[in-house]
Design a protein around this ligand. Structure first.
Ligand code: MN3
Length: 379
């Protein structure tokens, strides 16, 4: 029986991960969440978790009241996440937390030679170089959960001796596909939160509207599959059926398809390399009839261009971009800045910060802090 630990258990990826565990009898040794203490406590009891961590220590008391006397070790904060990441007897840690807080637990799990199923974007966007180096040195497998990276990963099975010529990274285009920059100037938070194909948390939904989400995925793909930014083409594919594709030297293109449901990539990451039945609708291509593909509008969605530029510039620029975006998205959700300002802020940070190499976790965190400070000073 497989044993996992799960960070971010109450979010959209976390709850669907537990659905997969329920269906396929996967043992859950440890659970962690940020604030949803009621759901976390009930998950802990249902799955018989031995360790439970609440990230936000404000809720530790409530957690204690709910789980006291149940023989569960209770933890809190980033230290708690890292204690879970360092546990023995765990085959795979699922990292589905949102934000930079996910980086250190990933590194900790890798150092303890525990495989990682990765949904936390910041791990690779901000810490890609140090994380991939540590994974290579420790012989740790990182299996992606995000649908696009899972698709690419699936297309590459049995292809390790063949060079990737190009990765085709598909994008839904978000709720503002086809709009001009002028039309986007006054969009509201509510409009930006309406995503056509996927239901997700707020941060990632705004990132999908600005197409920054695709920019983050672009950076992650460079690290995960060891390709240069020039070898990835982004295509807007409104139906979200082709989850991404790989072109090889012979110009053969292999794509992975399925209905847009995160259950498939989550289950693939947990049961890899096995495939067995999954609680999703089968794909009926004739129901769709037509699948469309087009180049993104890089001028209107300047935040996407900024992400790609950050990766091409190298050094700490992807980390800076990520921090600025996170602060800008929060400010947009709070009504402090306009939608188009998100891309402008990222671009101005890329122009102002000097080129610095990030070779340690500490350096990543320090650069992240500086970029956030820079962003807040511009509001
Ligand atoms: Mn995705």
């Amino acid at each position: 029986m497989k044993t996992i630990s799960l960070l971010g258990s109450t979010g959209s990826i976390g709850t669907q991960t537990l659905d997969v565990c329920r269906k396929h009898n996967i043992r859950v040794k440890a659970l962690a969440a940020n604030t949803n203490v009621s759901l976390l406590a009930s998950q802990a009891l249902e799955f018989g978790a031995e360790y439970v961590c609440i990230c936000n220590d404000k809720y530790y008391k409530v957690l204690k009241e709910k789980l006291d006397g149940k023989g569960i070790k209770l933890l809190c904060g980033t230290e708690g996440l890292c204690e879970i990441a360092a546990l023995d007897g765990v085959d795979q840690m699922v990292n589905a937390v949102v934000g930079m807080v996910g980086l250190l637990p990933t590194l900790t799990a890798i150092e303890h030679k525990t495989d990682v199923a990765l949904a936390n974007k910041e791990t690779l966007v901000a810490g890609g170089n140090i994380v991939m180096k540590a994974a290579r040195e420790n012989g740790v497998k990182i299996v992606p959960i995000d649908s696009e990276h899972s698709a690419i990963f699936q297309c590459l099975q049995g292809e390790s001796h063949n060079r990737i010529k190009k990765i085709i990274l598909t994008a839904s285009g978000g709720p503002f596909h086809g709009r001009t920059a002028d039309e986007l100037r006054n969009v509201t938070v509510e409009e930006a939160l309406r995503h056509p194909n996927w239901s997700m948390g707020k941060k990632i939904t705004i990132d999908s509207a600005t197409l920054v989400n695709k920019g983050l995925e672009f950076i992650e793909a460079c690290h995960l599959f060891d390709v240069s930014p020039c070898d990835i083409e982004i295509l807007v594919h409104r139906q979200s059926v082709v989850h991404s594709a790989v072109e090889f030297e012979d110009n053969s293109v292999i794509a992975q398809m399925g209905v847009p449901d995160m259950k498939i990539p989550i289950q693939y990451a947990l049961l890899y390399p096995g495939r067995t039945e999954c609680d999703v609708k089968p794909l009926s291509l004739s129901d769709y009839g037509t699948l469309t593909f087009e180049k993104p509008d890089y001028e209107t969605f300047s935040a996407l261009s900024a992400c790609i530029n950050a990766m091409k510039m190298g050094y700490a620029y992807p980390c800076i971009m990520n921090a600025v975006n996170e602060e800008a998205v929060m400010a947009f959700l709070d009504g402090k800045i306009s939608f188009m300002r998100i891309g402008e802020l990222i671009n101005s940070a890329l122009a102002e910060f000097p080129a610095v190499r990030l070779e340690s976790y500490k350096a990543v965190i320090e650069m992240d802090r500086q970029a956030r400070e820079f962003t807040i000073s511009k509001f």
